[in-house]
Design a binder for this molecule. Structure first.
Ligand code: SAM
Length: 278
């Protein structure tokens, strides 16, 4: 039961990827937790900490799916904002009532008033639909916009965003180089590209266990939880085929980015690659 992705043409690959995420959209969040034992949350948190965004940052999250990165970004920026204003009040020996009241009013301001914005872009409207519903339930709607679009041909003008993120998305696209060129184009000069993706496991023992888990457990979980063996087999195969840390770094440099570096997490099961447009 090989999914046979290598043998299909480019347009067929795009079509199959679309079907996979259409099929998994409803179960996507549950499956992420089940398959990574919740660890994907820590990886995503770590990405945002590395980004360390200031209030006012404009984020484009490509292949943003159900919004995990954008929600974390908004939380982080809000926390930073609160910390800054609290410190400003505290550092003042005897803050006036006006300053204290300004501080609390600031806290009640919505994210869009603070100027931070995140655009979530994904080719799959089913994934975005789940994300939008989540945003409503969790009260995130301010400052977020949801755009259907292809990472290889982004529907945005040049030089628009401070940060571009793509988490567990780039291995699904047909042309990685097009995606990187588009990321470069839409970033402002000084803007940062950040990619969180499965990578090559560094430790041979962990690598063995990881392969065993990937090939033996993941498709079974897919079948049991979502009645969908094939989509989860695709997932495993796409991870295997993706370039390793150094190869991917070289591709990012080829797209024109500077100061490209990566850091491994969980022994290289995933890596964050980052680079700047100057
Ligand atoms: N970033 C989210 C996360 O970390 O939870 C979702 C990751 S999910 C594994 C991959 C996403 O990539 C899917 O939502 C899929 O629709 C999207 N995708 C695949 N090909 C794409 C493309 N060419 N352009 C934009 N999004 C794409």
């Amino acid at each position: 039961t090989h999914f046979g992705f290598e043998k299909v043409s480019e347009s067929e690959k795009a079509e199959k990827v679309y079907k996979v995420f259409k099929n998994v959209a409803k179960n996507y969040d549950i499956m992420n937790d089940a398959m990574s034992l919740g660890i994907h949350r820590l990886w995503k948190d770590a990405l945002i900490r590395m980004m360390n965004p200031l209030p006012g940052t404009k984020l484009l999250d490509v292949a943003g799916g159900t919004g995990d990165i954008a929600f974390r970004f908004m939380d982080y920026v809000r926390m930073q904002q609160e910390r800054q204003s609290r410190q400003a009040v505290k550092s003042n020996q005897s803050p006036s009532w006006q300053q204290i009241s300004d501080f609390y009013q600031q806290q009640n301001k919505s994210d869009s008033d603070l100027g931070s914005k995140a655009v979530i872009c994904d080719i799959n409207k089913e994934m975005l639909k789940v994300g939008r519903q989540k945003a409503e339930q969790l009260n995130y709607s301010e400052g977020l916009s949801w755009v259907v679009g292809n990472a290889e041909e982004l529907p945005f003008d040049d030089d628009k965003f401070d940060v571009y993120t793509i988490a567990f998305g780039i291995r699904n696209v047909t042309h990685i180089d097009h995606v990187l060129q588009e990321a470069y184009r839409v970033l402002k000069p000084g803007g940062r590209f950040m990619c969180l993706e499965f990578s090559k496991v560094q430790n041979p023992v962990i690598s063995r266990l990881y392969n065993l888990y990937s090939f033996q457990v993941i498709p079974v979980l897919g079948e049991v939880i979502a009645a969908d063996w094939k989509s989860y087999q695709y997932l495993v195969e796409s991870i295997q085929r993706f370039p390793d840390q150094e190869e991917f770094k070289a591709m990012i440099e080829d797209a024109g980015f500077y100061r490209v570096e990566y850091s491994n997490m969980t022994s290289g099961i995933v890596a964050v690659h980052s680079g700047f447009k100057l």
